[in-house]
Design a binder for this molecule. Structure first.
Ligand SMILES: Cc1cc2nc3c(=O)[nH]c(=O)nc-3n(C[C@H](O)[C@H](O)[C@H](O)COP(=O)(O)O)c2cc1C
Length: 189
């Protein structure tokens, strides 16, 4: 798939079939993430790849708990109806974390969060690679970070930036609208 096509075809996927995703493909997706830019090429990202079925179920249950707490705390009624079954039906969950000590010259430039910026570029690369392989995923953040640190043994100093549930899409993914270029861009000619 051409890059520009993959950029336009990518959608958040929230339904997966039970078709498997191989270790080779997961390695290729992570390699695409590792090709992202980072300040001083410090590559602050780490990946925790969960393919163990019991662990996926445990993380899915954790997200449901997180959603329920959020619904209560925020009073947002749509949250109660937000179906999270796609987390448990994913074939793999990749958790991306970033090292806040790896921010290049950020500390001298009054620049916040260069590690998160790099991890975000990394995640987008992964989402595009997933799309190019006709797989589905989304940038997912409905989890309790402390729970993830503990359950997946992620070092406490690392900042969790996102989770990617990955699988073969079950059905069409809905396109959501975007602002037009003329709405968001200013040209200074
Ligand atoms: C930082 C970030 C956090 C997100 N967290 C969630 C999430 O927890 N659950 C979810 O269903 N989608 C999540 N999304 C996906 C967005 O809802 C989605 O990207 C947006 O609605 C645009 O849709 P599209 O990805 O299909 O183009 C997140 C996206 C980003 C960038």
């Amino acid at each position: 798939m051409e890059l520009m096509d993959a950029i336009q075809a990518r959608r958040s996927c929230r339904a997966f079939t039970d078709a498997p995703v191989t270790r080779e493909v997961l390695d290729e997706i992570i390699a695409a993430g590792c090709a992202a830019p980072s300040a001083l090429n410090q590559q602050p990202w780490t990946f925790t790849v969960v393919t163990n079925r019991e662990m996926i179920d445990q993380l899915a249950a954790g997200s449901v708990e997180c959603r329920n707490k959020l619904a209560e705390a925020s009073g947002k009624s749509w949250l109660a109806k937000y179906d999270l079954s796609f987390v448990g039906s994913a074939q793999a969950l990749i958790v991306i974390a970033a090292d806040p000590s790896k921010i290049g010259m950020g500390k001298f430039l009054d620049e916040e969060g260069a590690h998160v910026k790099a991890a975000s570029a990394c995640i987008q690369n992964m989402l595009l690679a997933i799309t190019a392989k006709s797989l589905g995923s989304l940038w997912f953040t409905m989890y309790d970070k402390e729970f993830l640190h503990k359950t997946l043994n992620i070092a406490p100093e690392l900042e969790i930036v996102g989770m990617l549930p990955i699988g073969v899409p079950a059905g069409e993914m809905k396109a959501v609208p975007r602002k037009g270029v003329e709405e968001v861009a200013v040209y200074i000619d």
